[in-house]
Design a protein around this ligand. Sequence first.
Ligand code: PAF
Length: 289
Amino acid sequence: MSVPIVRTPAELRATVAEWWSQGARVAVVPTMGALHEGHLSLVRAALEKADRVIVTLFVNPKQFNSAADLAAYPRTEEADAAKLAPLGAHLLYAPDASEMYPKGFATAVSVTGVGEGLCGAFRPGHFDGVATVVAKLFLQTGADFAFFGEKDFQQLHVVRCMARDLDIPIRIVPCQTVREADGLALSSRNVRLSSAERQIAPKLASILFGAAELITGGASVAETLVDARLMIVAAGYTRVEYLELRAGEDLSPMREFNRPARLLVAAWLGETRLIDNVNVLPKQSPHGS
Ligand code: PAF
């Protein structure tokens, strides 16, 4: 059994129109390929919710900050299709860049607020590229639901805001980050780590979880973040881009822990940039108040 592949918006629309005529509810799982268990968990979640699931595979040039990074991004379409078939995904949409951005393409979608700061500050234009391609994918697929991993927590906010502001009738479904047994968040970039770096990599998550625990226990946010930054570098990371506590609801900066929050980090391990985030939630009172 293999998953059918379409490469043009016209073919995609024809397939979806047929599904709609059958009354099917459609979900989309946007990806850039190099599928790992994190992506597959999104596909499984989508299959539970919808009658038909489209996985998109498009390495979006507009969201890369350097030509070298774009060139180095893994392209593994055949292996990706082989992973999707046994799950029962219904369609792989893998357009060429010339289909997605035909000659004369001149539009950009830009999300202020949640798209600024964090990765937005260190990767100028990145979220414009994401918002632009995801808006196109939503409109091209006409899907009822879209599934995104919480690992890219800021991206999730950007996409939600974009769909709401542009009145795109789609429900964004967030799914928990999938981790290796040692805690490392799954990412297509993990394959770039050397074996020595792979040993160091999971320390980012353990430091993050440790800091979250301290903050929920009442420790000073500022001091905890300073200490955690030092620990990340001491663990072997080359550089911390950001480590910030933000409100879970709207990503606004938080100096004090007074509402549900996320602790978000981006750090370089050699030549590889890794991001991660964890929930920071008020401890349940033992008396349930
Ligand atoms: O998360 C990703 O893989 C990409 O940013 C996305 C959402 C597929 C847009 O290109």
